[in-house]
Design a protein around this ligand. Structure first.
Ligand SMILES: [Zn+2]
Length: 249
């Protein structure tokens, strides 16, 4: 039997069935809720902290190189100092003596300057190491939360994957018996509402989707099940409560 041979009631039943199955799929996604997003956010934060740690560690390495240079400079100055001090014993005149004295003074200044540079650099490193341990602490905390959330998410996915696959298959099978034109309208409306409801029943005198009052004549049409009636406010397909509730998915 082709789709067009179905009565309005049968068409509505098929559509309600599709809606009910897809609402169940929506429920599964709701169950997963914010978890996938939370996991993604945590992964991004952790990545950011790791990058920060690497940057600070590079800074430390740069300062360590600077210290090594200063230590070498200081050693060289100390060697020169020793050499000049030896020469001081063999000077021939006061001019030579003064020249050597000047050199000794310069080397002593150099050694002192290196001392200060090394001390300051070590202080900078200590500060950066504090930063690194702060980052490490935050990383540890975030990683712990991520591990918990990931386990939770994996569990929910494992529990619902099979059910979701079955529902998707059922939804596709049910869609095959819905008139294509009606199905297109259904899909369009479903996408345009956050709650994914495209077929709703009357809720007393109102549309079960947008809760606007439905005029008595339209209500009578809906109950008669002789034509497909849509809500003039929200565009959702309307059915009577009995029909809606009689459909099993
Ligand atoms: Zn409505």
């Amino acid at each position: 039997m082709a789709v067009k041979d179905f009565s309005v009631e049968e068409r509505l039943v098929s559509l309600i069935k599709v809606q009910k199955i897809e609402s169940k799929i929506d429920d599964i996604n709701k169950l997963r809720g914010e978890l996938p997003m939370e996991v993604k956010d945590l992964e991004d934060e952790i990545e950011g902290l790791r990058t920060r740690k690497t940057t600070v560690m590079h800074e430390v390495k740069g300062i360590e190189d600077f210290i090594s240079q200063k230590i070498q400079l200081q050693k060289d100055a100390a060697d020169f100092l020793k050499k000049y001090e030896k020469q001081q014993g063999n000077v021939k005149n006061s001019r030579e003596f003064e020249a050597i004295n000047k050199e000794i003074e310069l080397q002593e200044l150099e050694i002192k300057a290196c001392d200060k540079h090394i001390r300051d650099a070590n202080e900078d490193i200590a500060e950066l190491m504090n930063k690194i341990s702060d980052v490490d602490e935050r990383l540890g905390a975030k990683e712990e939360v991520l591990a918990t959330k990931q386990v939770e998410l994996d569990k929910i996915i494992a529990e619902t994957q099979k059910e979701e696959a079955v529902l998707l298959e059922k939804a596709n099978a049910a869609k095959a018996s819905v008139e294509p034109r009606l199905l297109i309208a259904y899909e369009r409306i479903r996408k345009s509402y956050k709650n994914g409801l495209s077929v709703v029943s009357l809720d007393r005198n109102s549309c079960g989707g947008c809760f606007n009052v439905i005029p008595p004549q339209r209500q009578a049409d809906i109950k008669a099940r002789k034509k497909v009636t849509v809500c003039e406010h929200c565009g959702r397909v309307l059915t009577d409560v009995e029909l809606f509730e009689s459909v099993e998915n």
